[in-house]
Ligand binder design. Structure first.
Ligand code: SF4
Ligand code: SF4
Length: 163
């Protein structure tokens, strides 16, 4: 996995223009069964991918924390939400709560998430490749293929399947 992660940003860079064109086309005319295709591709890829050998999302980029996330996680720490925010979060340029630092504070040395059961919604859903109306998050996916090897592979498979 180390080598895969080392090479991923360059591989994603090389595919960027091709991926961009593919997503422009996809947004214009998404196949009727796109949700189904994405579900299948996502499941197949994550059967092969062990996130515990990777954790690159937790290492390099942090999730957004919704108010519901803050409530749930701070409760699990028996902390007041405001205290949790002051300790771990900051407000970014888009006015969202994000982590003060990366790698994520809650990531263990063994790549386990110490708040797994109550982790933010964005972490549960990353890399969003089984999302309905997947064509709507193509800009985000263009970025995620440089971070997530599974997302990279899924987009490569999409290009073979959807002409
Ligand atoms: S909260 Fe957990 S799953 Fe989310 S980025 Fe941190 S370690 Fe990863
Ligand atoms: S979701 Fe992607 S980047 Fe995150 S651990 Fe799994 S394979 Fe790695």
């Amino acid at each position: 996995m180390e080598e895969v992660l080392r090479e991923l940003p360059q591989k994603a860079k090389e595919k960027h223009n091709e991926n961009k064109k593919f997503f422009v086309k996809l947004r214009k005319k998404p196949p009727k069964n796109l949700d189904y295709i994405m579900q299948e591709l996502h499941e197949e890829e994550f059967e092969r991918t062990d996130c515990l050998t990777c954790a690159n999302c937790c290492q390099t980029t942090g999730p957004l924390f919704t108010n519901a996330d803050v409530e749930r996680i701070s409760k699990s720490f028996r902390m007041k939400p405001q205290r949790f925010i002051e300790t771990y979060l900051r407000v970014d340029e888009e006015n969202d709560f994000v982590l003060q630092e990366t790698p994520c504070t809650f990531l263990g040395a063994d790549n386990y998430c110490s708040i797994y059961d109550v982790r933010p919604k964005a972490c549960r859903e990353f890399p969003h490749t089984d999302r309905k109306k997947f064509q709507q998050i193509s800009n985000l996916t263009l970025k995620n293929v440089a971070i997530c090897p599974a997302a990279y592979n899924i987009v490569e498979e999409m290009k073979k399947l959807i002409k």
